[in-house]
Design a protein around this ligand. Sequence first.
Ligand code: EPU
Length: 293
Amino acid sequence: MSGVSFVAGCGLGGLNTWGCGGSCRWLASPKNASEATMFIKKAADEGTGLYILGGGSNILVQDGFIDAGVISSRAMDALEVHAEKGGARIEASAGVPVKKLLALSLDKGLTGMEFLTGIPGTLGGALFGNAGAAGCSFAPIVEWVDTVSFDGVSRRWRSEDLVWKYRTCPWNGERLMITRASLRPGSGSREEITGNIRRFSALKKGQPIGAKTAGCVFKNPAGDSAGRLLDLCGCKKLRVGAAKVSESHANFIENSGGASAADIYALAEMCRKRVYEEHGIVLEYEIKFFGAF
Ligand code: EPU
C-alpha cells in the first residue's frame, strides 16, 4: 500500500462542487481495486460507515463530523483505448473524469459518449447514478463493470446483469464501489460527433454556469420536469442563508458563498414541499447524501 494517500480527519468541503460540509473519520485515495479493497475492509473492521467519493459533483455532505471512512476514486485513473473494427474498447478505472471520455470521442472518432457534454464527475459516479441527458446514458455501451461490495467481495457485472433505469443506480443502491469498466463505443465521423455534442450542449443552455451547484437536485417525475414544476411554484425566489435556487433553472441550488449543508438541505426540502402542496407530486432526490440529514 506504499504511496497510498490516507488522511485522518479530513475536511470534505474542498472535495465537492457545492463546497460545503464537514469532515470524515478518514479519507483514502487508492490507486487500484486491490488497494481500494483494503480500505473497504478497514471500514468494515472499524464498524463505521463508508462512502465512496468520485468527482463530488452530485453529493451533499453533512456539516460537522461524519463518523465514516471515505474512499476517493480520483487516483484510480487508468485508461486504455483499444481500436477495434467498428469502434473501440475502452477500459477505464472509476476515477477517470468523464470529460476525458468525451475528449476521446473527438480524438478517436467514437460515438455513444457525446451525452457526457457538460456533465461533470467521474466514470464511477456517472455509472453509479446512471447519469445521462435526453434519454442517453452509458447503458448501451457498457460491456462490463467491476465492483467491490462493502463486505469486500469483487464481482464483474455484464451490462445485461444490471437494471438501467433513468437516474437510478443499476445496482439498486447496493453498497459497493465501482472500480473499473469496459465500454464499447462505436465509430463515427467527425461531423456526426460534433453535431451530437452541439445538440447536447444546446440542451444545457438554461443551466447555471460557473455557480457552485451539484447539477439537478431532483429527478424528473415521470412525464414532467422537476425544474418546470419548481419554477411554477415560485421557487426561483427562495433562499436559505447563502443557499439560493438558481434564477436560470429552478432544479439547481447555488451556494452563493458560505452556505452550509443544512442551508442547502432546508432549501431543497422547502422546494419539495411546495411542489407537493401545489401539484401533489413528491420529488425524488437525484443528489446523494453523505452523513445524516
Ligand atoms: N423549465 C422551466 N423552468 C426552469 C427549468 C426548466 O420552465 O426553471 C422547463 C424548460 O423550459 C423545459 C422543461 O422545463 O421546457 C425541461 O427543462 P430542461 O430542458 O432544462 O430539462 P430538465 O428536465 O430540467 C434534464 C436533466 C439535466 C440535463 C437536461 C438536458 C434531470 C433531472 N435533469 O433537465 O440533467 O442536463 O435535461 O438533457 O434529468 C442532472 O441530472 O444533474 C442534470 C442537470
